[in-house]
Write a protein that binds this ligand. Structure first.
Ligand code: NAI
Length: 314
């Protein structure tokens, strides 16, 4: 990717701010844009505060000093300024199809042929987002995981018409900035992460509904069990290590796995009395007014885990 030109961030909320910090940490010049001018000002102030705090805590990413990273990020509420001469645009506006379509229509008439237009969307398929664009071969989804500054995964999802060079450049850019991209060969609803996450939530819901395990314990299955291994080894490599290789795992366990899975209930609608029961139990563990404190604790824990993972590579 050309080092001339900047990275443009469209939308300066939670995710836009994180992307701006990540790109600046790798030395990229960043322009952050928002339709609300005050949002741009508050984003720049917040980013500065966050980067200085990270520098003090020793959790800042990249090799550049915090002040230099701050100076790489500027703001604008003028769309032309962020789009023109951008090498890569990362869209981070609210998850509403009408808003995204309207923004893209405006970008479409001013974007260069070489600029990649990438969306942070969690739920919309790239084909649905880009089908009416002239620049649709330049469109891709780069779906981050919150908080992206500490959780490196990015799902890179092309539309059927995305240029293969756009896909390869996006994957390589994500690696350059220290994220961990995974390539989806084609779009599917929920991408990969949410499909797996929903399968887990469905089974947790069914086990609580059937009175097998309470909320505190079902979450413990993950935090003190599966989740501990999964932070270092995915489910497939876990299986590979749990026997003499994956083939041996299959010959030992596939029959019993299949028999357990046959007892799975149909896909639940996550609503109704069981959802109320789960909410009640969760609010006893973490009352609603304590959620902000718990989020700070979560981010700090993830930051420590990401450092451990970095220092712990085989
Ligand atoms: P947010 O609500 O924090 O920020 C959205 C920003 O976009 C606001 O500053 C708003 O003023 C601005 N905006 C609204 N319309 C605009 C327009 N037409 N042009 C420019 N700016 C506009 O939203 P958040 O949480 O940062 O989410 C952004 C995107 O990232 C969504 O697509 C979401 O699905 C995705 N995402 C969110 C995650 C999360 O945990 N929050 C995780 C992964 C992806």
């Amino acid at each position: 990717m050309s080092s001339n030109g900047h990275i443009g961030i469209l939308g300066s909320g939670l995710i836009g701010r994180s992307w701006a910090m990540i790109f600046a940490s790798a030395g990229y010049k960043v322009i952050i844009y928002d339709i609300v001018a005050e949002q741009v000002t508050s984003a720049l102030e917040d980013i500065k505060k966050q980067l200085l705090t990270c520098a003090k805590d020793g959790t800042i990413r990249g090799k550049l000093p915090a002040e230099q990273q701050v100076s790489l990020i500027e703001g604008t509420h003028v769309l032309e300024k962020v789009v023109e001469n951008a090498v890569f645009l990362q869209e981070c506006i609210p998850e509403r199809l009408d808003l995204k379509h309207e923004l893209y229509r405006n970008v479409d008439v001013i974007i260069n042929k070489q600029t990649i237009l990438s969306s942070s969307t969690s739920t919309f398929l790239p084909s649905v987002l880009s089908k009416d664009l002239t620049c649709k071969s330049q469109f891709i989804v780069s779906h981050p995981v919150n908080p992206p500054y500490y959780v490196p995964l990015v799902e890179v999802v092309p539309a059927p018409w995305t240029d293969s060079k756009v896909l390869e450049t996006t994957l390589s850019l994500m690696k350059t900035i220290g994220q961990s991209p995974v390539k989806l060969n084609r779009e599917v609803p929920g991408f990969a992460l949410n499909r797996i996450q929903y399968a887990i939530i469905n089974e947790c819901f069914n086990l609580v509904e059937d009175g097998v395990v309470n909320v505190e314990d079902i979450d413990k299955v993950m935090t003190d069990g599966l989740g501990m291994r999964y932070a270092f080894l995915g489910p497939l490599e876990t299986a590979h290590l749990n026997a003499e290789g994956f083939k041996n795992y299959c010959s030992r366990y596939s029959e019993s796995m299949f028999n357990v899975c046959k007892t799975f209930k149909p896909i639940p609608k996550i609503t109704g009395p069981t959802a109320d029961n789960i909410a009640e139990q969760l609010e006893k563990i973490t009352p609603i007014d304590k959620l902000p404190d718990k989020r700070i604790w979560r981010d700090l824990s993830l930051m420590k885990l990401s450092q451990l993972k970095k220092n712990n590579q085989v």
